[in-house]
Design a protein around this ligand. Structure first.
Ligand code: ADP
Ligand code: ZN
Ligand code: MG
Length: 490
């Protein structure tokens, strides 16, 4: 039955821009401060107080817009969006309406459905349209105590006036996973260009989803339902999935879908109606008289465009091509800019991308995760990891030993060679013991010995490797070189 229908989804995402001060006043945007401590007449909405545009907001919004291929309007207009709510003391929110900051963008990203166990089934690159990115101020926050029959309510206006970029997508997603992959990509991109901290639990990034269903092949969209406040990726995906099923069942039963706003209830794994279209707000937008049109200079746009970092999807593709990594490894390594940078800092001096990817994605990630440390602050530096990889590649230590070495380097911050020496992994340097390994290596490889003596001197490295293996990675490479040379030539 589900195959007969197709879902249509569009996302409206609010991203707090991580400026130090608010959009129209100098108050701090810091999260978690004493309630109402970061306020002034402007963000308290006191009569007569006038807003002044924060220049840093324009720069951050422009960086986000450019990263999402949006066209930045030379001139954009602020408008008042009127509604009453206790966390909105002015009675209106300064937003943008008919002349937004930027319009007509897109992203081209890999997306896939997932099977029962949550694994991607087939990655395909798809393009999703972005209608607009506009600027607005955040509202304050109401806190209710003793729910459900709230005995007390509090209003905290620290958040009032925190800058927001609202990013509205085209209704281009056809499944919950497409919306999920887009949302993931959007968050990653905002983090890459350094304009949002992406913290969904603290509300720095929030998502409303619009969803309708139609018979596959139909041209007209069905009536859309808005799902509010989906504050995690998991909730977004689950709420959409539930809602698509609910709407299909309703249409099949011959019911009409009312246009309404619904909320996701995680405990019951259900959406339920919050308000209908009739109760929807009429915001009576009009141009904000206290702010002039916002002019975004072409020179600023050019400068910011030139400074844009390589974006996550471009970087993922390059990692696959340049380093011959799998799709999954490249995707994981480009998940954050810090991880991708670290990886490339290991590859450069070690020259071994495969090993770098493996060590980073397995051992290092495990250590960092359990300690809750970001890779940018890894106690094991990229250079140290590169040195360890070189040591393995030159036969200095075995791969098995390397795991132990890595953990010890990570814990002590000491260089690979020092750690190797320390753990009875300490090198064997006396000639007699090494000669025993050398003899054994030569005796067990008569064919290679013949080839070597016939002129294939490139096999020297092969014999070094054999000796290293026999010694459990502990033989002193310098002594091995000397003894081996004599033995092979002799
Ligand atoms: P509204 O005027 O109700 O805010 P918009 O046209 O501005 O509606 O669209 C809001 C969001 O809903 C956008 O992300 C858009 O892509 C999406 N959307 C619009 N129509 C539909 C539909 N029929 N089904 C699903 N999503 C839709
Ligand atoms: Zn203020
Ligand atoms: Mg709209």
């Amino acid at each position: 039955m589900r195959d007969k229908y197709e879902a249509v989804i569009g996302l409206e995402i609010h991203a707090q821009l991580k400026t130090d001060s608010k959009i129209f006043c100098g108050c701090s945007t810091r999260f978690g401060d004493e309630p109402n401590s970061n306020t002034c007449p402007v963000c308290l909405g006191l009569p007569g107080a006038l807003p002044v545009m924060n220049r840093r907001v324009i720069e951050m919004a422009a960086r986000a817009a450019l990263a999402l291929n949006l066209n930045i309007n030379h001139e954009s207009i602020f408008s008042r969006k009127n509604y009453f709510y206790p966390d909105l003391p002015k009675g209106y929110q300064i937003s943008q309406y008919d002349q937004p900051f930027s319009e007509r963008g897109w992203v081209e990203i890999p997306t896939s459905e997932r099977n029962e166990s949550g694994h991607a089934t087939e990655w395909q690159t798809k393009r999703f349209g972005i209608t607009r990115l506009h600027l607005e101020e955040d509202a304050g926050k109401s806190l209710h105590e003793g729910m459900p029959d709230a005995s007390k309510s509090y209003v905290d206006l620290n958040r009032s006036g925190v800058p927001l970029a609202e990013i509205v997508s085209e209704p281009d997603f056809r499944s919950s996973w497409e919306a999920y992959d887009y949302m993931q990509y959007l968050r990653r991109t905002l983090l890459y260009v350094g304009v949002c901290d992406g913290n969904m639990e603290e509300g720095s990034l929030r998502c409303d989803a619009n969803v309708s269903v139609r018979v596959r092949g139909a041209e007209k969209f069905g009536t859309k339902v808005e799902l509010k406040n989906l504050n995690s990726f998991k909730f977004l995906q689950k709420a959409l999935e539930y809602e698509i099923d609910r709407q299909i069942a309703a249409v099949e039963a011959g019911e009409k879908i009312p246009q309404e706003t619904r909320l996701w209830n995680e405990r019951e794994s259900k959406t339920y109606a919050m308000r209908s279209k009739e109760e929807a707000h009429d915001y009576r937008y009009f141009p904000e008289p206290d702010l002039p049109p916002l002019i975004t200079a072409e020179e600023l746009i050019q400068k910011l465009r030139a400074e844009l970092p390589e974006l996550p999807e471009a970087r993922r593709r390059r990692f696959v091509e340049e380093y011959e990594l799998s799709f999954e490894d490249a995707a994981q390594l480009t998940d954050s800019r810090g991880m991708a940078d670290y990886f490339e800092e290991v590859v450069r001096p070690s020259g071994n991308a495969k090993a770098a990817a493996n060590w980073i994605l397995n051992e290092l990630t495990r250590e960092l995760k359990s300690a809750g440390i970001d890779i940018a602050h890894s106690p094991l530096s990229a250079l140290q990891l590169a040195e360890m990889i070189k040591l393995i590649d030159s036969g200095g230590i075995s791969g098995k030993m390397a795991k132990d070495v890595l953990i010890r380097m990570y814990q002590s911050g000491r260089p690979a060679e020092e750690v190797v020496r320390e753990i009875g992994g300490s090198q064997v340097s006396d000639e007699a013991s090494i000669r025993a390994f050398v003899d054994q290596a030569i005796q067990s490889n008569p064919r290679q010995l013949e080839q070597y003596r016939g002129g294939k001197t490139g096999l020297f490295g092969f014999f070094v490797g054999q000796v290293m293996k026999l010694s459990g990675g502990r033989a002193n490479p310098q002594v091995v070189n000397e003894v081996l040379k004599n033995a092979l030539e002799g």
